[in-house]
Design a protein around this ligand. Structure first.
Ligand SMILES: Cc1ncc(COP(=O)(O)O)c(C=O)c1O
Length: 432
């Protein structure tokens, strides 16, 4: 029989609820807490966060309804997105494994980040805010929030890690075209940014610093609210639409994954893709190996499991997470969306309990870009630099199957496209 290359589901079958894994976790998630010294960060959360998102953050409801208006907005943004069988790649690798990839690169802004950006902007507008503020690393989250703001009618301010701001000029123009104002971080616009910027105007920045700037900017303006694109429970929950669609699509393929892979910075695309399958492991006795693909420069899942701040200037409460420490300096990489000091508390707990494996790829990124190039040559889709880590890890696992002769089913998420990331490919692969 002819093998299916691609499966999608009709709009009416798009999930109408997000999956909240909190009630299914093997032990309760340690709640955020205040540090021993200084003002209470927990007390300031209702001022810092969108009310509905704060409620979702600690909800024990397994299924949370996606508002009908938001379903409409998701549809306009091109959901559901297809699940592909990588038949060409299987052939090229000569592997007995069956490879499947989810296509978050079909997003209007280029990545999965739109799934939570649209939700957060929708709730912010409903609550009466006029502006959203945020940080961005790769620029994908900043663009997604700029897009969400434009769609629902909000202003948007983005603090962008300088090392990336400097080279992704087209993406900066895209955010501006959507109506956002964009600053290189650390910037002189905020007290926390200024302290670092004054010592070094060309400081490369970090997500931790940019988060502090976004938070500070929103704290000064009662009409503004801060939005985060990763790490937090509600962000991962909004992203579960990826994995929930994938489960329906696997049913149509009449298959089921043995290995689930995605790249990992703070955990939003990995969590969104993997958590519905983790739910199957926790509640239905399924056996799946989960692998989070990271960079050597930011292998937070190999750090310490402890309470730590989520930002550089210590405005956030302490979260229990795998961390490299919130003041750590990490070398810039082309896949800069993976350069964050801490891992999502949910994924951290699951890793601590032995459910999540991880691999860190070399800092020069040649290995992952070569694998992404191979993928593009046979499958035709150009992965974002971050997604190149998912591709590399999936290829590694497929080659292990070639050695062992095992017919494993490998599912990976391509979190974004690389159309605005060509300088990274050019430099790493030496394209002329
Ligand atoms: C395309 C893409 N994939 C993955 C990531 C990593 O973030 P997360 O770990 O939250 O999925 C980013 C972050 O900017 C990104 O832009």
């Amino acid at each position: 029989m002819k093998k299916l290359r691609q499966v999608n589901i009709p709009l009416k079958d798009m999930p109408h609820q997000w999956y909240n894994i909190l009630p299914d976790l093997p032990v309760p998630l340690p709640p955020p807490k205040d540090p021993d010294e200084g003002p209470s960060r927990l007390a300031s959360l209702p001022k810092l966060m969108i009310g509905e998102c704060l409620k979702q953050e600690a909800s024990q409801e397994r299924w949370i309804d996606i508002p009908e208006e938001l379903i409409d907005i998701y549809a306009q943004a091109g959901r559901p997105r297809p699940l592909f069988r990588a038949l060409n790649l299987e052939k090229k690798l000569d592997t007995p494994a069956r490879l499947y990839y989810k296509s978050e690169f079909f997003s209007p802004t280029g990545s999965h980040k739109a799934n939570t950006a649209l939700a957060q902007c929708y709730y912010a507008k409903k609550q009466g805010f006029e502006r959203v503020t945020t940080e961005t690393g790769a620029g994908q989250w900043g663009t997604a929030l700029a897009y969400g703001s434009a769609v629902v009618g909000l202003k948007c301010t983005v603090f962008w890690v300088r090392s990336v701001y400097n080279w992704k000029q087209d993406r900066r123009r895209f955010m501006e075209l959507l109506g956002a104002e964009v600053f290189a971080s650390p910037s002189p616009k905020t007290e926390s940014g200024k302290k670092i910027w004054e010592k070094n105007h060309e400081h490369v920045g970090s997500l931790g610093i940019a988060i502090s700037e976004g938070l500070e900017d929103s704290m000064r303006d009662p009409k503004a609210v801060y939005c985060l694109g990763s790490v937090l429970n509600h962000v991962l929950m909004h992203q579960t639409i990826i994995g929930l669609e994938t489960q329906k699509q696997f049913k149509i393929f009449d298959d089921y994954p043995d290995i689930v892979i995605s790249c990992f910075g703070g955990g939003s695309n990995f969590g969104g893709f993997a958590l519905p399958f983790v739910g199957d492991v926790l509640t239905k006795g399924k056996k799946i190996k989960f692998i989070a693909a990271q960079s050597e420069v930011a292998k937070n899942l190999q750090g310490e499991y402890r309470f730590n701040f989520a930002d550089y200037a210590e405005y956030t409460p302490l979260l229990k997470m795998y961390t490299l420490g919130h003041k750590i300096e990490m070398k810039p990489i082309w896949g800069d969306g993976l350069r964050y000091h801490g891992a999502s508390p949910i994924i951290s707990l699951l890793r601590d309990k032995g459910y999540i494996n991880t691999i860190a790829y070399p800092a020069d990124e040649r290995y992952v870009f070569e694998k992404a190039q191979l993928f593009t040559q046979v499958e035709g889709w150009l992965p974002a630099p971050e997604s190149a880590y998912s591709v590399a890890c999936a290829i590694d696992e497929a080659l292990k199957c070639k050695e062992s002769g095992e017919k494993k089913v490998i599912a990976f998420n391509i979190s974004g496209h690389g159309f605005l990331d060509m300088p990274g490919y050019e430099k790493v692969l030496g394209l002329k």
